[in-house]
Write a protein that binds this ligand. Structure first.
Ligand code: PLP
Length: 467
């Protein structure tokens, strides 16, 4: 059989910016390319990445405050992860966890049970956050039975794009016109009273899924008292509480799991992103043993939701095992708490200095949101009335200008949020130093000090160049 004209790995590494753009538009997502072009992100072709930084083909060093939405917790290409992976490959260790019992999956599962609250001993390994959200929803449903399978989720939640996870994701945009599961009810996030009203009125409710800190909503934490009420209500009404820690877990908020700030524990945890150390795709569901055994504890039920093809792949598990070690050995959870507190303090000073631009800064550890005002609030009095009628359409533009200027002029990468487009999301690797935090906050202060009109002009200069 004649081999098609495949590109080689070397070809991929050597693609020019133009060639890469063409392939992206021809085969991946042309409309996304236009969006990246608006931000000026399309001009960057990354060569390699190390620690806090991406390095582009032109030799620029870009500070990563986006961190793959939290996936790059140890920094890019952590040397201990590279070493573990190299050894695994050189020793030709085995990958598949399906035919034989994989020692790597077993060891990782044991380690995860050690970081989880007491009693959460059973682990399902998957490859993405969505996959383990599905595993958690299915486990909870299996335990509760169909009669109590109604699931509560929060306003502005994000749990993934697979169909079950999407059904409890509060986004008309992502849900689009897809057919979804119907036995779900939405509740305001952080409102224990509303939760109790629902629990009381509907005995079919048996499952609750909540992000401990909402990410896509624009970094929204809830107070400890809320979580204590959640625990108490779930116990009282026999509802299974699934904590989605896919983004906020793994040290991101300054504790291993974000719910540890609250003094209470869920029944099932889902985690992913940072678990792979930024090198591999892995997610884990960690569940109370009694729940797991009720659902899948007999020979008839064991394989109902058994491993998928890539569950517990050897090198992936070894990477995750080493990730957990590095996190503790390098004090990254403590660093996340300390650097997060410093960043929030500095951002609050910036908010006080630029109150017409910055509406709120909030977060926990290194999961921080900077919310900007609507555009009309940033313009002089006379223009406010006219501009306010465009506020909805202009949402996200200020963040876009700032993100674009940060990247182009200061080589700093930040992230945006799905739902509240006025929020810039800061989720750097947990290795960030004091100097790097202060560099970012001083640059942000400088950009905001220039005022909106200069910001718009500055952005427009670049925009005109690319159209
Ligand atoms: C809180 C939360 N849950 C679930 C997911 C889905 O994870 P994945 O994209 O790996 O499927 C995400 C992804 O951003 C997330 O932030």
């Amino acid at each position: 059989m004649k081999k098609p004209a495949f590109l080689t790995v070397d070809d991929a590494m050597c693609l020019t910016e133009k060639e890469n753009a063409k392939l992206f538009c021809d085969h991946l997502n042309p409309a996304q390319y236009r969006f990246l072009k608006l931000l000026g992100f399309h001009e960057v072709l990354i060569d390699h990445a190390e620690g806090m930084y991406y390095y582009d083909r032109s030799g620029n060093k870009i500070m990563d405050l986006f961190g793959g939405f939290g996936a790059i917790a140890l920094g890019h290409n952590h040397p201990r992860l590279l070493a573990v992976r190299k050894r695994f490959e050189e020793e030709k260790r085995h990958e598949m966890a399906m035919a034989f019992i994989s020692q790597y999956a077993s060891a990782l599962a044991r380690n995860l049970s050690l970081v989880a609250p007491e009693g959460l001993d059973m682990v399902f390994l998957g490859s993405t956050g969505s996959e383990v959200v599905e595993a958690a929803l299915k486990l909870a449903e299996k335990v509760q039975g169909r009669a109590r399978s109604t699931t509560i989720y929060a306003e502005s939640s994000f749990h993934g794009k697979s169909r079950g996870a999407l059904s409890v994701t509060d986004s008309a945009f992502y849900q689009s016109s897809f057919q979804l599961l119907h036995n779900n009810l939405r509740v305001p996030f952080g409102d224990a009273q509303a939760l109790e009203t629902l629990f009381k009125s509907n005995p079919e409710i048996g499952i609750l899924i909540l992000e401990t800190v909402q990410g896509g909503a624009g970094i929204i934490p809830a107070p400890a008292e809320y979580w204590q009420a959640v625990r108490q209500l779930c116990t009282k009404y026999k509802v299974i509480w699934i904590a989605d820690e896919v983004q906020c877990g793994m040290g991101r908020t300054g504790k291993f799991f974000a719910f540890e700030h609250t003094g209470v524990a869920p029944d099932i945890i889902v985690t992913a992103k940072a678990l792979g150390g930024g090198k591999s795709a892995i997610g884990a569901m960690i569940a109370r043993k009694d729940l797991y055994m009720t659902a899948y504890g007999t020979s008839d039920t064991a394989m109902i939701h058994g491993p998928s093809t890539f569950s517990g792949m050897g090198e992936v598990c070894c990477t995750a095992i080493e990730t957990l070690h590095v996190m503790y050995d390098e004090g990254l959870i403590d660093n996340s708490a300390a650097m997060g507190a410093l960043m929030l303090d500095e951002l609050k000073k910036i908010q006080a200095k630029h109150p017409s631009l910055v509406k709120e800064v909030r977060g926990q550890g290194l999961m921080i949101g900077i919310e900007f005002h609507d555009f009309s609030n940033t313009v002089p009095g006379l223009l406010k009335g006219i501009v306010s009628s465009f506020d909805e359409r202009l949402k996200g533009s200020l963040c876009g200008f700032i993100g674009s200027i940060l990247l182009r002029d200061y080589q700093i990468l930040v992230a945006f949020t799905e739902y509240n487009r006025n929020v810039i999301r800061i989720e750097p690797p947990l290795i960030i130093t004091r100097e790097e935090v202060l560099r970012f906050t001083s640059v942000l202060d400088e950009i905001l000090s220039h005022g909106v009109s200069r910001m718009v002009m500055n952005y427009a200069k670049n925009f005109l160049k690319v159209i």
